[in-house]
Design a protein around this ligand. Structure first.
Ligand code: MF3
Ligand code: CO
Length: 291
């Protein structure tokens, strides 16, 4: 139960401005969409200027860590070495790796190779070899603010089939991103991602999606890609979420390793790729915060 703000009360966003001069029209527009039956965001997931500034600082570490990995990842390296790099660099820069101990997750990063869809455990036994495609998924906490993004890396000589999967998955994210604008819908993005993957003969994992992020690791909304234009949550300025489709070369089905309850694989053993970006909805479009 929330008390309705008066026009001259201070705005809920803590800008210090009067409600009527700040978010009143914004709230009315959201209320109208809700009345029309749309899913609308709660104030708790709309970030103010101070929060956005803090989240951007966290993103700087996330980007620096991924840039470092991009320069140093190589054939013959094991994925436990990547985990150590992520831990060392993140903490050196004053951050905390968000995955570490998150719901019992035992490492600082996820490294998912070939048919691993996501949440791959770094291991001394997983040695990167020529032809592998690997997703490195990095997330950082800085001063309580969360960032999250992932990239694909191609090791040595990768087959044209795998290279195409990696490229098309990146294109999916780029095409989805183009659809992110205020007063649009999350489904505009989801459909763009899905349609491009489908047109290329691929499938998009249904069970695992992106998420709101910033004040927590995973916030509302849940971000799927089997959605349609004009559906799912209304997008408004100040929302931050990830776009991170997992695109399978073969069938859509996945399974979770029942020994550790984390690692996700394609059911048919064919490769899967993922890129993850973190995007802010702005007054006139969007801004990519992390990639
Ligand atoms: N970084 C992942 C994401 O994109 C989260 C992984 S959960 C973890 O949402 F515990 F494995 F880190
Ligand atoms: Co994420």
């Amino acid at each position: 139960m929330s008390v309705k703000l008066g026009r001259n009360d201070p705005c809920w966003c803590k800008s210090g401005k009067k409600y009527k001069a700040c978010h009143q029209a914004f709230d009315e527009r959201i209320a109208l969409a809700a009345a029309q039956g749309h899913i609308v965001p709660n104030h708790s997931i709309i970030k103010n200027a101070e929060q956005i500034a803090g989240i951007k600082e966290s993103c700087k570490i996330n980007i620096a860590v991924l840039d470092y990995i991009e320069e140093h990842i190589h054939e013959g390296m094991n994925t436990a070495e990547i985990d150590k790099i992520v831990y060392d660099l993140t903490t050196k820069m004053g951050g905390i790796p968000a995955p570490l101990h998150y719901q019992g997750y035992p490492f600082s990063v996820c490294t998912s190779v070939n048919e691993q869809v996501c949440h791959g455990f770094p291991s001394e036994d997983v040695i990167l070899k020529s032809g592998d495609i690997v997703n490195v998924d990095v997330s950082t906490i800085l001063n309580g603010y969360f960032s999250d993004s992932s990239r694909m890396f191609c090791i040595g000589e990768v087959s044209p089939e795998k290279q195409r999967l990696v490229n098309v998955t990146k294109e999916c994210v780029e095409l989805g991103l183009k659809e992110v604008k205020p007063w649009g819908f999350l489904g505009d993005m989801g459909q763009a991602v899905h349609d491009h993957a489908f047109a290329n003969g691929y499938t998009v994992v249904r069970e695992i999606g992106g998420h709101g992020v910033g004040l927590e690791f995973h916030e509302d909304p849940w971000v799927g890609y089997n959605s349609r234009r004009g559906e799912e949550m209304l997008l408004v300025p100040g929302m931050i979420f990830t776009i991170e489709p997992m695109v399978n070369m073969g069938k859509v089905d996945i399974y979770i390793d029942d020994e550790n309850d984390w690692e996700v694989y394609t059911a048919d053993g064919k490769p899967s790729a993922q890129w993850e970006i973190m995007v802010l909805v702005t007054e006139d479009g969007h801004e990519v915060l992390c990639w």
